[in-house]
Design a protein around this ligand. Structure first.
Ligand code: FDA
Length: 539
C-alpha cells in the first residue's frame, strides 16, 4: 500500500505527540485522529487544534469553559478529544471525521449550558470548542455587527461600546455567556422589553450543515434560519457567526436597586409588583431577585426581594414614573445611578464599575455548581403563595439559591408566538428562573440541593403556566425528559419540546427532519427527526 508522504507526516506527528503523552488509543480514536491529521496536514496546526486526554493542556482547555462545576468531577464523562479550530476548514474536518468514525460532536461556545451538554456526553464524543472563533466586527454606520459564536456577550458589548455609546445589543446579563449557545436559545437581558430577545435581532448567520456545506441565510432558507434562532443549540448545524442588528440606547441610562426583606413587607410589595411591572413603559426593565440574607437580628436569616432595574432615560424621569405607578417600592434618588449603557452591563453583571475591561475577563466571577429550572407566570401569585415561596428560601439548602424574576410585557407582547421558536410572548407577567448553587467541594451533596430545587418547582405548580407548563430552553432542565441514545419518538420528545417551544415544536421537528434526518447533531434534549432511518431499518 502506498501512503502519500505529505499526508502521512502530520499523522506521524500525532502518533509521536500521543506516544510522548502516554495516551493509549483504541481503533475508532486512532481512526478519528488519523482522519483529522490527514485533513489538517500541518504539525503546528495539529498541536494548536487537537487536545487528546493526557495532553498537558487537555484539562485546562476542557475546564476553561466549564461554567457548572457539577460537571467537573472525576466521574464526569470526558471527551476523547477537544478540537479548537482556527478556521472554517478545521470545523468542517472535525465534522467530517466525527461523522465518519462515529463520534458524537458536542459544540461549545461559552460553555454555560446549565446541564453541561456542550462538554458532557454519555457516549464517546469529541468537543468542538469555538474558543478561537471570537471575532466581532461592528459597523456603526449600518448599525449591524458580525459576531462569531465563540465570542462572549462581554466581548460583544465591549466591542460595541468601543465604537459608540448610543448603540447596544439586547442580550443576556452575564458577560461570560457565549453568543453561540445564547442566541441559539433566545437570549434576554435588560433591553428585552424594548427590543425583544437577542434572537429577534439576528438578521443573518453563517452555518455549517451536516453535509459540511457553508450556508448563509439565503442558502439555508427561511425555515432553517427560523429554527437556529431559538430552537436550541447542537441541533441543526454548527453556527459559526451571526449578523446582528444593533439597537439605539441613550447616552445616559438610570439603574436602580431597592432591597426589601420579609420584615420590610417584601411579600406584599412583590405581590403588588406582579400587577404593575409588565404594564410599565417598555423603556423600563425590572427584575426581582429572591434570596436568603442575614437579618438585622444577629444570627438570624431573612428573605430579601431585590428590585433591580434600568430606565432608558434620566433619574428624574425614573423617579416620577415609579412614584406614579409603583409608589409601594419607595424608590428614592439614593437607590439610583445614572451611567452609560456599557456601565449598566457591569452593574447587572455583578462586576465592579471601575473599568469596562473586566468584560474581557472570563474568570472575573467564581464558577459554582448549580441546578436551574424555569417557569412562566400568567396570573399574579396570591400573597399566601408568595409566603410559601419565601419560606422555602429559609431552608438550609437555599443558602446560595436565587429566584430571578424579570417582568415581561413591552415588545415581548407584540411579537407573535410563532415568529421564532421561542414562544413565550404575550400573556406572560414574568418568567421565573430558580437556581440553586453550591461549591465544587460540596458536589458529593449535590443531591440535597437538586432535590430542594425539585421541591420548589413542585411547590410552584399551582401558580405557573399549565398545559404545557412552559420552560425556557436556555435554562435547560433535564428533569423534563431526555432523548434515548438511539431513536426518540415525536411523542416522547413532545414532553419537553412543547414546554420549551409550544406549537413551534412541530415546525422544529419538520426542519430537523429535513436538514439532519440521520440525527447527527444531537444531545439529551435536541429536536429529534420524525422517523430516523435507524428506526426505519427496524432496529
Ligand atoms: P454552551 O457553549 O454550553 O452552549 C449551549 C448549547 O448550545 C449547547 O447545547 C451547545 O452544544 C450549543 N451550541 C453552542 N455553540 C453552538 C454553535 N455555535 N452552534 C450550534 N450549537 C451551539 N440566559 C439569558 O437568556 N439571559 C441571561 O442573562 C443569562 N445569564 C446566564 C448566566 C449564567 C451564569 C448561566 C450559567 C446561564 C445564563 N443564561 C442566560 C443561559 C444561557 O443563555 C444559556 O446557558 C446559553 O445556552 C449559553 O450559551 P453558551 O454558548 O455560553 O453555552
Amino acid at each position: 500500500m502506498k501512503f502519500p508522504q505529505f499526508s502521512m507526516l502530520p499523522f506521524l506527528m500525532v502518533v509521536v505527540m500521543l506516544s510522548l503523552s502516554g495516551t493509549t488509543l483504541s481503533h475508532p480514536h486512532w481512526d478519528f485522529l488519523h482522519c483529522l491529521s490527514l485533513r489538517l496536514a500541518n504539525y503546528s496546526t495539529i498541536s494548536k487544534v487537537i487536545y487528546v486526554q493526557n495532553n498537558p493542556s487537555y484539562s485546562s482547555v476542557l475546564n476553561a469553559s466549564i461554567h457548572n462545576t457539577r460537571f467537573s468531577t472525576p466521574a464526569t464523562p470526558k471527551p476523547f478529544a477537544i478540537i479548537t479550530p482556527l478556521k472554517t476548514s478545521h470545523v468542517r474536518s472535525t465534522l467530517y471525521c466525527s461523522k465518519k468514525h462515529g463520534f458524537q460532536l458536542r459544540i461549545r461556545s461559552g460553555g454555560h449550558d446549565v446541564e453541561g451538554l456542550s462538554y458532557v456526553s454519555e457516549v464517546p464524543f469529541v468537543i468542538l470548542d469555538l474558543l478561537n472563533f471570537r471575532a466581532i466586527k461592528v459597523d456603526t454606520k449600518n448599525e449591524v455587527a458580525w459576531v462569531q459564536s465563540g465570542a462572549t456577550l462581554g466581548e460583544l458589548y465591549y466591542a460595541i461600546a468601543a465604537k459608540t455609546n448610543t448603540l447596544a445589543f439586547p442580550a443576556g446579563m452575564c458577560h461570560t455567556v457565549g453568543a453561540g449557545g445564547h442566541f441559539s436559545g433566545g437570549g434576554y437581558g435588560t433591553l428585552f422589553r424594548k427590543y425583544g430577545l437577542a434572537a429577534d435581532n439576528i438578521i443573518d448567520a453563517r452555518m455549517i450543515d451536516v453535509n459540511g456545506r457553508i450556508l448563509d441565510r439565503k442558502s439555508m432558507g427561511e425555515d432553517v434560519f427560523w429554527a437556529i434562532r431559538g430552537g436550541g443549540g447542537n441541533t441543526f448545524g454548527i453556527v459559526l457567526a451571526w449578523k446582528i442588528k444593533l439597537v439605539p440606547v441613550p447616552a445616559v441610562v438610570t439603574v436602580f436597586t431597592v432591597n426589601k426583606n420579609l420584615e420590610q413587607n417584601a411579600t406584599k410589595i412583590f405581590h403588588r409588583w406582579q400587577y404593575i411591572a409588565h404594564k410599565l413603559p417598555d423603556d423600563l426593565f425590572m427584575n426581582v431577585w429572591i434570596t436568603k440574607v442575614n437579618s438585622s437580628q444577629v444570627g438570624m436569616k431573612t428573605v430579601q426581594a431585590t428590585f433591580r432595574g434600568m430606565l432608558l432615560g434620566g433619574v428624574d424621569e425614573l423617579i416620577a414614573l415609579i412614584q406614579d405607578k409603583f409608589p409601594e417600592l419607595g424608590l428614592a434618588e439614593e437607590n439610583c445611578n445614572e451611567m452609560s449603557w456599557i456601565e449598566s452591563v457591569l452593574y447587572f453583571g455583578g462586576l465592579p464599575l471601575q473599568s469596562v475591561d473586566i468584560l474581557l475577563d472570563k474568570n472575573a466571577l467564581p464558577t459554582l455548581s448549580l441546578k436551574a429550572k424555569s417557569d412562566y407566570v400568567k396570573e399574579p401569585i396570591p400573597e399566601s403563595g408568595i409566603e410559601g415561596l419565601m419560606s422555602m428560601f429559609l431552608e438550609e439548602e437555599a443558602d446560595n439559591a436565587v429566584a430571578m424574576i424579570p417582568a415581561f410585557g413591552g415588545k415581548m407582547d407584540d411579537i407573535p408566538e410563532n415568529e421564532l421558536p421561542y414562544p413565550h410572548r404575550a400573556g406572560n407577567l414574568f418568567e421565573a428562573t430558580y437556581i440553586v448553587q453550591w461549591t465544587k467541594e460540596e458536589n458529593a451533596e449535590s443531591g440535597k440541593y437538586i432535590s430542594w430545587s425539585r421541591r420548589l418547582y413542585s411547590y410552584m405548580t399551582p401558580y405557573v403556566s399549565k398545559s404545557p407548563r412552559e420552560a425556557y430552553v436556555n435554562y435547560r432542565d433535564l428533569d423534563l425528559g431526555i432523548n434515548n441514545n438511539d431513536y426518540t419518538s415525536y411523542e416522547q420528545a413532545s414532553i419537553w419540546g412543547f414546554k420549551y417551544f409550544k406549537n413551534n415544536f412541530k415546525r422544529l421537528v419538520q426542519v430537523k427532519t429535513k436538514v439532519d434526518p440521520m440525527n447527527f447533531f444531537r444531545n439529551e434534549q435536541s429536536i429529534p427527526p420524525l422517523l430516523s432511518p435507524w428506526k426505519k431499518k427496524g432496529n
